[in-house]
Design a protein around this ligand. Sequence first.
Ligand SMILES: [Zn+2]
Length: 422
Amino acid sequence: MSFLLDLIVDFDYYRLEIVVVVSCCVDISMKLLNIFVLILATISCKQKQNKDTSQPVEFFIHGDPLELVENTDQNRTSPFQENNLPSFASFALSGFIEIKQKSVVSAENRINGQAELEKANSSSGRTRFIEAPQYAFAKATETTYHYRASNVTGYPTLSFVKDSKGHLNLKTIASTQTSPVEPLHYSVSEDGFTFSILFTSEDSQGKKLTAMFFTKNFDQNHRRMKRTTSENFAFFLGRDKAIGWRQPLEVSICGKEALAQERDVREAINSWATSEGKISGLDYSIAVDETPRPFSDINQKCIQMIDQYRMEDQENLAELGSALVIINQFSQEIVSSHSFIFLAAHKRSFVKTSLVSTITHEFGHMLGLGHEFSRDPETNESLYDSIMGYSGIDQVKQRDREAIAALYPTANNTNPLTFINE
Ligand SMILES: [Zn+2]
């Protein structure tokens, strides 16, 4: 089996309700949630390589991208040192996100209705597969190191310069051209299997905020999680890819804006739980952090509120929230997750969705669910009531609980969680 990179740039998750505005003849739609993730997938290698996949996933925004990391606890001390580089050798790029300022969406990306929105946010059908970029350090000069893909071309090379303390600090990113960058935040997971780098750069189009996530390629003795389910649930990576958290999930309510909405956030999270205080078989807890780490941090799973910032790429859409889920496809588990909730979008006149409802939906993604878009082929009605659909359901429904039970079985569940070596 070979590992391939599944560039799910699932424009995941716009949530839409079409509202006809009486005073004008335009259908107003809302989009809720963009997830842009590069994911490592274990799939057949017969897929054709897509030439465009070296491009990062781009968020489209109004405003300064640095607002997303304002008032965060940044760690700019590089974890990379000359003597620990071998421990960062067997990693693959598993997430690559650029957030840049733009003001006009290209005509071909414009979304005109519910069907287009669901298609754009479907977790099936948009998947492109390429060979996974395996990264390793290589010494270039006495003080310079490159971190680059060793098995495929077209991926950016990160260049680091050694300082007087022996730390390697990120200086440039090079793909078609070389750009100087300023690191904002480094994070390494406690088990050492995942790390992320967050940095800013500037090009002719303006300021950019870039996050890159790397996950360890386990050896063949590492246990891979495998969840089996007979039902056709909509999971994050698609209907046949049930991937969730391996460890208990501690979700944090991050930043002053989110803490001001703490009751809503707790209500949304707890609405997924059973009376035993677990989310099916998953143990979870809720923490609060007034000065959280930036969204790229591997060790903190935040629900964060963005006050003024807008993500919409067209005037008749409102992006209410967005979830970022990083998956290690080698070990088949979610390794990091972060959710942005856009407060200003909820105040737009045509938006009827409550904050609790948006947070509940986003948290469903953080747990590993995708969008439930199943429709009756004859009537075109939604087949299931689900908070993960776009049909105006505002709370967790039976279908959602069944999908969660398939991801996180309990002792009483007939879908046992199994560990296998592959
Ligand atoms: Zn969604």
